[in-house]
Design a protein around this ligand. Sequence first.
Ligand SMILES: Nc1nc2c(ncn2[C@@H]2O[C@H](COP(=O)(O)OP(=O)(O)OP(=O)(O)O)[C@@H](O)[C@H]2O)c(=O)[nH]1
Ligand SMILES: [Mg+2]
Length: 213
Amino acid sequence: MTFYTEEEQTEDYLFKIVLVGDSAVGKSNLLARFARDEFYPNSKSTIGVEFQTQKMDINGKEVKAQIWDTAGQERFRAVTSAYYTGAVGALLVYDISRRQMFDSIGRWLNELHTLSDMNVVTILVGNKSDLKDAREIYTAEGNTLAEAQGLFFIETSALDSSNVAAAFQTVVRDIYNILSRKVIQTQELKKQDPGSGKTVVLTFTGRRKPRGR
Ligand SMILES: Nc1nc2c(ncn2[C@@H]2O[C@H](COP(=O)(O)OP(=O)(O)OP(=O)(O)O)[C@@H](O)[C@H]2O)c(=O)[nH]1
Ligand SMILES: [Mg+2]
């Protein structure tokens, strides 16, 4: 729970975002592409947990995304509940050329819902869109799953960079928008009760975006 006083509203926002999905879907490379514009053709499985903080400009405000990455494989994973604690956003990643990884999405979604705030802003990410000839999951199928689960959806390629920044920005912008609405609501409340000293403008835990808003 975070409180900001009115004087502190100009301070940076820091959002914890987690990368989730099977081993080898490209989580670490999505992060490497987004944070450092790098790509590793022969990257090894992540061991334990890593995170990178990336500054982003959202509506002219500086927002920091602290992006967490761990192994898809159980035996290499960091303590799972700690990984999800405090997360307000998630990228749920599969590989468009591997049916098996798409089939795991339900399990990852379950884990996300069990171990993090139910309202974490989540985007379903079909990575490796450059592998056109090897595609096993059509865009429409990803889209349908995302709609059924109330998630954002995007296809990316860490290899050719397409949509990588957009995937992270979609999540961060939505979190920011929810936060802004909460600030406005709290300020409106404050206006109704002007005698109560210093203003507390927000408590924020994140909220999943209903479709069509
Ligand atoms: N063609 C293609 N290959 C990719 C893409 N993203 C990642 N890869 C490759 O897929 C393999 C696995 O990528 P990683 O980023 O290590 O996968 P990961 O999800 O972090 O795997 P774990 O750490 O084991 O959970 C590597 O050989 C990458 O080079 C992509 O967009 N296109
Ligand atoms: Mg990795």
